[in-house]
Ligand binder design. Sequence first.
Ligand SMILES: [Zn+2]
Length: 473
Amino acid sequence: MKTLIQGGTVITAADTIQADVLIEGEKISLIGQNLPKDGAKVIDATGKLVMPGGIDPHTHLELPFFTTVSSDDFYTGHRAAAFGGTTCHIDFANQRKGETLHEALEKWRRLAEGKAVLDYATHMSITDLRPDVLAEIPSLLDEGITSLKVFLSYKNMYMLTDGEILQVMHKAAELGMLVLVHAENGDVVDMLTRQFVAEGKLSPEYHALSHPAWSETEATLRAIALASVANVPLYVVHMTCAGAVDQLTYGRQRGLPVMGETCPQYLFFTEDDLRRPDGAKFICSPPVRTRADNVYLWDALADGRIQVVGTDHCPFLFDGTKPLTYEGEVYRSPGKESGGGDFSKTPNGMHGIEDRMLLLWTYGVGKGRFSANRFVELTATNPAKIFGLYPRKGTIAPGSDADIVIWNPEARKTVSWRTHHMRVDHNVYEGMELVGLPEKVFVRGELVVDGESWYGRRGSGRFLHRQSHAPVV
Ligand SMILES: [Zn+2]
């Protein structure tokens, strides 16, 4: 089957050109002016932008957390992502204490089975580094897994010691793998959390106060230092504050292969939001910071100090005592209320998989903070390159998968949880005005979103094997 996208403006990270795009089967076959129709189904994209579908490199679908599980699964999360212009994502298989990495991987695989609509991949989180686990790492390459996540925080849960992290990094360096790090000082967070709880200081703002920016700043530099010792590429997930960005810049200026990601919540919200009556919605780790940090992160996205915008999509219902209806089906799951008003027991996480591209377009490109090309680079091309998916994903080029968004720069809507497609009972961006929206979304040549219509098919998404020795951007 052939589809010809005619008359649009094709935007990649590098170029803006007036061109038609021919899709044959699952791939882009030709890009050029006045391409012949030649039996193809024609889609008129006059006045529209034709961009690669977004790649969200940081999601947690159906993640078990405390006494519950994140509320989007591999179907609802994929559907929401597609409505937001994202066509591919990378999730996390999380090793639990005592498990092998392959046991963790099998559990994670089962979550996607029969549900996935988008193509997807996974990072492997290592939380229990035993000799047999270290020995298991090379076999992950056979599974197409080329990135390992480690935690400097979540003491007694996920946290590894600096020495263990160095061991993981040495192994990754040997194999051409990338290391991802959650950079917060786990001892500091643990001590402050216990102290606030003992003093009865339980409200959401104490979540931020127990995760200070300096503990993230310190841990970011420590992770960079460890990566330098091991000579391994490093990717710092969910950076929230100016201090952390400065440490990343320090490393990059010295030629170290270190890269960073931020997420929409860190561009829009502050600790003040945790003091709202519905402050629990904003509990995520690391926490939202200050207005100055928001501005600093926007600037770092514009000038290249930060390379990627992910989401850390990990939604929980605000009021899980009430059922939610999704595509006509009733969904129930304990949510933020299950913390009983205690920040230390409240599930950590926010939604974003549908919001990311929409917000970055309106508030990034629309407000003149960066170009449409930079938007593509931050949301698709850089994630594809860094995580070993390029050029199959993340660009519009002959031979690439036809993961394409036709974007209408004139379309408008107001964000609301009543009309979004994520399976969550609120939207933290409620009421924000968006200008510029995806109109048609293709996944490997198949139209899955057309305006408000949904054509995605459960189980059509594929697991992606990624390449090792991916470039550092
Ligand atoms: Zn995360």
